[in-house]
Each structure stands twice: as C-alpha cells, then as structure tokens.
Design a protein around this ligand. Sequence first.
Ligand SMILES: [Zn+2]
Length: 149
Amino acid sequence: MRQASRRAMKPVWTYVMVECACGKQSSIRIDQYNRRNQTWACRSCAFAGRTNHRKGTGVKNDPDKLACRNSYYKAKQRVKINHKNAYGSVEFRFESFEQWFAELGPRPEGMTVDRIDPMGHYEPGNVRWATAQEQARNRNPKYTWTTKP
Ligand SMILES: [Zn+2]
C-alpha cells in the first residue's frame, strides 16, 4: 500500500524528442524545452561555438594522464591510510602529480604502480609501471612488513 501511494506522488513529466540542427535527436523534458523558446541544441552543438571553454585542456580530458592520475591518488591514499598495515614505514614523497607523471609517464594498459625497492618509499627513482605478476615476484615474503611503533 505504501509503495503504491509513493509511486502516485512521483511527478510525471512529458518528454519530447527534439532534433538539433546537426541531426542528433535527444529526448528532453517538455518544461525545459518550453523554457528555451522551443529551440534546442544538443550538448555537442551547444559547446561547439565556444573556443575558450576548458574542455580538453585539463588532466581529466587527457586519457593518458587520467589513468596515471588515478594511480597517483590511489598510491597516495594507500600510504595515508596505511592500507593492510603495509605502509607504516613508507612515505609518499612526490610533491605533485606533475612530478609523478614526469617520473612514470602514461600508464600502460593493465599495469599498476610498483616500487622498485619494496621497502623503499614512493619517491622519484623508486617507482615504475608493473604488471600484477611482476609485483608479486618483487614483493617481500609475507608478513615481513614493519609497522610504525
Ligand atoms: Zn547538435
């Protein structure tokens, strides 16, 4: 019963199919359509005329950098939260993503960041891209991690 009444509360909108000048069709809510004086441009056309919008200039729009940046933040986070108690004596010594990217370059498909010396820090000279298999081989025997006193 409750479910039925809740469903009845849900506003019902009318959607209209609109066609942009470029031929792309999209369905939008009719009140939005009316608000725009019955004209509509699809997203790509709406942005097409702008030369100075930020899209394409940032790290987010660079697929190479994006994968690398995710690794940067993940590594940083692992150290910060001392993931699996394995990072107690490890420091994150990169000062910026730019420094990180200069060191590692774009991330190859399926690879993750590995520390060359597993007891070393995340710092220039001690990081590389490695496959999971390579990392397992490089890892010290289990349970030899030292933790912070
Ligand atoms: Zn369009």
